[in-house]
Design a protein around this ligand. Structure first.
Ligand SMILES: NC(=O)c1ccc[n+]([C@@H]2O[C@H](COP(=O)([O-])OP(=O)(O)OC[C@H]3O[C@@H](n4cnc5c(N)ncnc54)[C@H](OP(=O)(O)O)[C@@H]3O)[C@@H](O)[C@H]2O)c1
Length: 303
C-alpha cells in the first residue's frame, strides 16, 4: 500500500472488517436471480443508487454500497440484509478526490476477487451558478465527480471484472448532454452548472463507447443510459425543482442495463430503449482526445 494512502487513513473507508465475503456459487436458477454475483453501485446511499441496490439485494446479489454518508450507507445494508437473500457492505469514498477514489479501488482489489457488474451511478448536479465549484484536485467539480472518478475507478477495477467475465459496466449518464470543449475542459469560460453537468454526462457516454471498443472480445460489456427525467430524488428535490417521474422508472432502466440479455456493448439507452446519444459520442477523434486528457489528469493514480 502506498504510504500516502496509509497516511490518508485508509481503514476509515470501511465499516465492516475486510474479509472476502463467502458467496454461494454463481449459478442463477431463476430469471433475474443474481445469487453469487458481486455488484458495485456507486452513490447507493440515496436516490436512484439506493433503490437499485435494494432491488439487487432482493435478487440475491452481494451489493457493494458506496457514498460519502456512512450512516445512510449502513441503513442500506440493514435494509438489504433484513430482507435478504442478498448481502451488502459499505465503502466510503468522496469521488471529488482522486486520492480517495484510488484508495477505494485499492481496497476493493484487496477485499474481492470478482466483480460481476460495476454500476457507475454516483453523480452531482451543482447548484452554484454564480461561482464555479472546483475540487481539491483543481478540476471543475462535476467533471471530476461524474466522469473522471468513474474513468479512474473503472480502470482500477478491470482485473476484477476480467476475472468475472461475462461482466458489465453500466454508466448512469443522462439525456442532458453538451459537447465537451477540449480546449477548456475546466470551463474557465462560459461556466454554468447546467453546462458542467451536461458535459460531464456526455463524457461518461464517450467513455462508454470507448470502453466497448477497448473491451471487445473480453466478455465485458459497457453500456450507458439516461435512467428517467427529473426523478423524485435528492438531486432534483434538494434544488427545489419539481419531480416529473418516480425513481421506480429509473430503477427499472438501470436493472434492464444490468440484467437484460439483449443489450449490446457500447449502446446508450433512454430508459430501456436503445437511443442515439449526442453526436460527439460517435466521433473517434473526440473520444481519443477525452481519453488523452483523462489519462493525463489521472496519471498519478492510474494502474
Ligand atoms: N434525478 C434525475 O432525474 C436524474 C436524471 C438523469 C440522470 N440522473 C443520474 O442518476 C444518477 C443518480 O442520481 P440521483 O438522482 O439518485 O442523485 P442523488 O439522489 O443526489 O444521489 C446521488 C448519490 O451519489 C452520491 N454522491 C454524490 N456526490 C458524491 C461524491 N462526491 N462522492 C461520492 N458519492 C457521491 C450520494 O451519496 P453521498 O451523499 O452519501 O455521498 C448519493 O448516494 C446520477 O448519476 C445522475 O446524474 C439522475
Amino acid at each position: 500500500m502506498p504510504t500516502a494512502l496509509a497516511a490518508f487513513g485508509l481503514m476509515a473507508f470501511m465499516t465492516i472488517p475486510p474479509a472476502t465475503p463467502q458467496l454461494p456459487d454463481s449459478s442463477p436458477s431463476q430469471e433475474g436471480d443474481l445469487t453469487g454475483q458481486v455488484i458495485l453501485v456507486t452513490g447507493s446511499t440515496g436516490g436512484l443508487g439506493r433503490e437499485v441496490a435494494l432491488e439487487l439485494g432482493t435478487r440475491g446479489a452481494h451489493v457493494i454500497i458506496h457514498g460519502r454518508n456512512e450512516e445512510r450507507g449502513n441503513q442500506v445494508i440493514e435494509a438489504i440484509e433484513s430482507t435478504g437473500p442478498g448481502s451488502a457492505r459499505f465503502y466510503q469514498a468522496d469521488l471529488a478526490s482522486l486520492e480517495e477514489v484510488h484508495a477505494f479501488g485499492e481496497r476493493l482489489l484487496e477485499d474481492y476477487d470478482r466483480l460481476d457488474v460495476l454500476v457507475n451511478n454516483a453523480g452531482v448536479w451543482t447548484d452554484n451558478d454564480d461561482e464555479r465549484l472546483m475540487t481539491g484536485d483543481g478540476l471543475e467539480f462535476q467533471f471530476q465527480v461524474n466522469y473522471l472518478s468513474t474513468f479512474l475507478l473503472t480502470h482500477m477495477l478491470m482485473p476484477l471484472l476480467e476475472a468475472s467475465a461475462p461482466a458489465r459496466i453500466v454508466n448512469v449518464a443522462s439525456a442532458a448532454q453538451r459537447p465537451l470543449d477540449f480546449q477548456d475542459i475546466n470551463m474557465d469560460q462560459d461556466y454554468s452548472d447546467g453546462r458542467g453537468y451536461a458535459q460531464s454526462k456526455l463524457a461518461q457516454i464517450l467513455f462508454t463507447v470507448d470502453l466497448a471498443q477497448e473491451l471487445e472480445g473480453s466478455g465485458i460489456l459497457a453500456v450507458s443510459l439516461h435512467p428517467a427525467t427529473m426523478m423524485d430524488t435528492g438531486m432534483v428535490l434538494s434544488r427545489g425543482a419539481e419531480a416529473r417521474t418516480s425513481v421506480d422508472e429509473g430503477r427499472e432502466a438501470v436493472l434492464h442495463a444490468i440484467t437484460s440479455p439483449d443489450v449490446e456493448s457500447g449502446q446508450y439507452f433512454n430508459g430501456t430503449t436503445p437511443a442515439q446519444a449526442h453526436e460527439q459520442a460517435y466521433d473517434p477523434a473526440a473520444r481519443a482526445e477525452l481519453r488523452r486528457i483523462s489519462r493525463e489528469l489521472t496519471a498519478d493514480w492510474l494502474p
